[in-house]
Design a protein around this ligand. Structure first.
Ligand SMILES: [Ca+2]
Ligand SMILES: [Ca+2]
Length: 320
């Protein structure tokens, strides 16, 4: 490994330490209560390549430790399961260097154990990561500093790689560059589970209902969400308030509708009215950013572009 890469690694660790300060002030919940699903796995370094073991070593519900952090919880759970955990002290604090004989630097230089909380590749010391009841926490072996588990420092995109909602069918197939989706559910209410996956797992993903409130934890993939027509799910990726450093967040929206969305209804409220005409007018002079779906809904006169002519066409339609 050359010197440049080492320097880059040091910078990353420094960034992680800075991020940890944010993480500590961020968590206000009671520590040490509840359970998490803990998964310990090595799917990147096979026994054929020389690993002591591969696959899933552990996948079970375990108690959160008294101090509430990920490092002590993993240690406690592995102790209880009779699995060997080796921790090493460094200037950055203690970290997991080996689990049941699969150790850092075994597969390659800088290979080692990473923590993944609710599909977010943790970017600081696990002792600073507070666990919440219902979390999923993975200890996963990475050969390439995260790239092989979907976490890549060189990827600055805050897009999602995939998005589905268990219990609902999106009206369009998912496209990372389109941030608006609709689902049609009639007058039913449903219990659903949002299943977003970030293009880069170093960026957190959180789901909210009806109000985008990134200061809150939001719904995890295992949290039930009750929805009815008129609700909107917001799925944020890489908000600046969350641990880590981010270029710019992306927010996806899933609009839950009674009926299929109609042409012109760019605010997804199920009605075509003056509010839509006004939004389209703003978008036509770049005062309102429109998603791919909104652009197609906005082209009311079907001339292939969003312009004041669409606003006028809608005004005529409403006046009829
Ligand atoms: Ca509307
Ligand atoms: Ca048009």
């Amino acid at each position: 490994m050359n010197k440049l890469t080492k320097t880059a690694g040091t910078i990353l660790l420094s960034a992680a330490m800075t991020a940890s300060i944010c993480a500590v002030s961020f968590s206000a919940q009671a520590a040490g209560t509840g359970n998490i699903r803990l998964i310990v796995k090595n799917e990147t370094y096979s026994t054929a390549q020389g690993a002591k073991w591969d696959g899933v070593l552990l996948d079970k519900t375990v108690s959160i430790s008294e101090t509430g952090d990920a490092l002590s919880t993993v240690k406690q759970a592995l102790d209880e399961a009779g699995k060997e955990l080796v921790m090493v002290d460094s200037q950055w604090g203690s970290y997991v260097s080996a689990i049941e004989g699969v150790a850092e630097n075994d597969a390659a230089m800088y290979s080692g154990w990473m923590g993944v909380q609710n599909d977010w590749a943790v970017n600081n010391n696990l002792a600073y990561i507070d666990l919440r009841d219902g979390d999923t926490f993975e200890m996963t072996y990475s050969v390439t500093m995260g790239v092989d588990i979907g976490a890549d420092w060189s990827n600055t995109s805050t897009a999602l790689k995939s998005l589905s909602v268990d219990g609902l069918t999106l009206n369009e197939s998912f496209d990372p560059s389109n941030t608006d989706y609709t689902v049609t559910i009639g007058s039913d209410s449903k219990t659903v589970f949002a299943q977003p996956t970030a293009a880069n797992k170093y960026y957190q993903v959180r789901t909210y209902k009806n109000e985008y409130t990134p200061e809150e934890y939001g719904f995890r993939t295992t949290d039930a969400i009750d929805v009815k027509a008129g609700d909107t799910l917001y799925i944020g990726v890489g908000n600046a308030a969350w641990p880590g450093s981010y270029p710019a967040e992306t927010v996806y929206r899933v609009h839950v509708m009674e009926n299929d969305v109609q042409l012109g209804d760019v605010n997804f409220d199920g009605k075509l009215d003056i509010a839509d005409a006004t939004l389209i007018q703003f978008a036509s002079i770049d005062l309102e950013p429109f998603s791919t779906l909104q652009k197609s809904l906005a082209d009311f006169n079907a001339d292939g572009r969003v312009s004041i002519l669409d606003t006028t066409a809608i005004q005529h339609k409403i006046a009829d």
